[in-house]
Design a protein around this ligand. Structure first.
Ligand code: HPA
Ligand code: ZN
Length: 369
């Protein structure tokens, strides 16, 4: 069953806003212990407020939800909860966004935010074996001076942050506006990524590549409007961290069946699947995979390609990356072996196995690997 395959395959997640993983029950618990007056009376009420018309309508609710986070332990608990869920879905490695300005603008110190998140990451590595990296995002609806100030605040914690990103409202806030702060970040040794081509045009994807010198594009689904840009993204195999359920909930696509993920794969783009803000969009990484598999009729090869792309696109050192890719390929071999034993032909023919003889493929199952 392809569903079991999706659930079991080792994964990595590259586009997850930690504040977007705050589930309503934990939000309530944290609000209560911080003695905050909260605009909702029940978890049901919170969930029913999650009806969005576009990115802005979502962000209004999302920033409100993040307002319950005050103490270091709040950031710890939120991060720990996400990591536990990710671990349960066989996520081996995750690269997490956080939005410091959402908190520092409310008088919470940068140190409180990052120490809570970091402590949870360290604990999860130790107790669950899940590795992680942290990416600090600048809110693009705020000024470039505010972004520069945030970068300064991050410098004492440089060892804990692998890169910087750009999120929040996209249209009207082009990447090039942030060239100065990204230049500084690159000088300091941070890698760069940026949300682009979610609601904004393909031109923003181009700017992110050329002006912000990004290693990955977050979302990027609108790149297909520009053929020359697609050629460049394919040639350079720039990873695109696509978030299918998010795109539907924010009306980037009318339905999951209309999502262009399969088309992007067919174009040869380096597409990955991610959850974005799972507490708000109805699913974590596995639910995202299940939804696109069913709606777009993806096969085992497609799922493997998406997962492999993610591992290749991580900011991990060579050794851990290779370790995880080997684990992935061992999983595939074991899966095929089990499929053969069941004689159900529930196997697939990704490139790793394409040297196998035609006869075994014709039987619908692969020889032992
Ligand atoms: N886009 C932009 N900013 C965000 C998002 C998103 O999908 N999620 C959280 N911040
Ligand atoms: Zn995002």
């Amino acid at each position: 069953m392809i569903e079991t395959f999706i659930r079991d395959i080792p994964k990595t997640e590259l586009h997850i806003h930690i504040e977007g993983s705050l589930e309503p029950d934990l939000m309530f618990e944290i609000a209560e212990r911080n003695k905050l007056v909260f605009p909702f009376n029940s978890i049901k009420e919170v969930r029913s407020a999650y009806q969005f018309t576009d990115l802005k309508s979502f962000l209004d609710v999302y920033y409100e939800g993040a307002g319950v986070l005050v103490q270091e332990r709040d950031f710890y608990d939120m991060t720990r909860a996400y990591l536990k869920r990710a671990h349960a879905q066989n996520v081996r490695h995750t690269e997490i966004f956080f939005d410091p300005q959402t908190h520092t603008n409310r008088g919470i110190s940068f140190e409180t935010v990052i120490t809570g998140i970091h402590r949870a990451l360290v604990d999860a590595q130790r107790h669950l074996g899940i590795s992680s990296k942290l990416i600090m995002c600048f809110l693009r609806h705020l000024s470039t001076d505010s972004a520069i100030e945030t970068l300064k605040q991050a410098l004492p914690f440089k060892e804990w942050i692998v890169g910087v990103g750009l999120d929040s409202c996209e249209v009207g806030y082009p990447p090039e506006k942030f060239t100065r702060v990204f230049d500084k970040a690159l000088e300091e040794g941070f890698l760069t990524v940026a949300h682009a081509g979610e609601e904004g045009p393909a031109e923003y994807v181009r700017q992110a590549l050329e002006k912000l010198r990004v290693s990955r594009i977050d979302h990027g689904v609108r790149c297909v409007a520009d053929t020359q840009l697609v050629k460049k993204l394919v040639a350079e195999q720039v990873p695109l961290t696509v978030c299918p359920l998010s795109n539907v909930r924010l009306h980037i696509f009318d339905s999951i069946k209309k999502h262009n993920l399969k088309h992007m794969l067919e174009l040869g783009l380096c597409v990955t699947v991610n959850s974005d803000d799972p507490a708000y969009f109805g699913g974590y990484i596995t639910e995202n995979f299940l939804a696109v598999q069913e709606a777009l009729n993806l096969n085992h090869d497609d799922i493997y390609r998406l997962v492999k792309n993610s591992f290749e696109a991580t900011f991990l050192d060579k050794q851990r990356k290779q370790y995880l890719i080997t684990e992935l390929d061992t999983f595939i071999s074991g899966y095929n072996q089990r499929g053969m034993e069941r004689h159900k032909g529930d196997t697939f023919t990704h490139s790793m196995h394409q040297t196998l003889n035609k006869e075994s493929c014709d039987r619908g199952s692969l020889g032992s690997v």
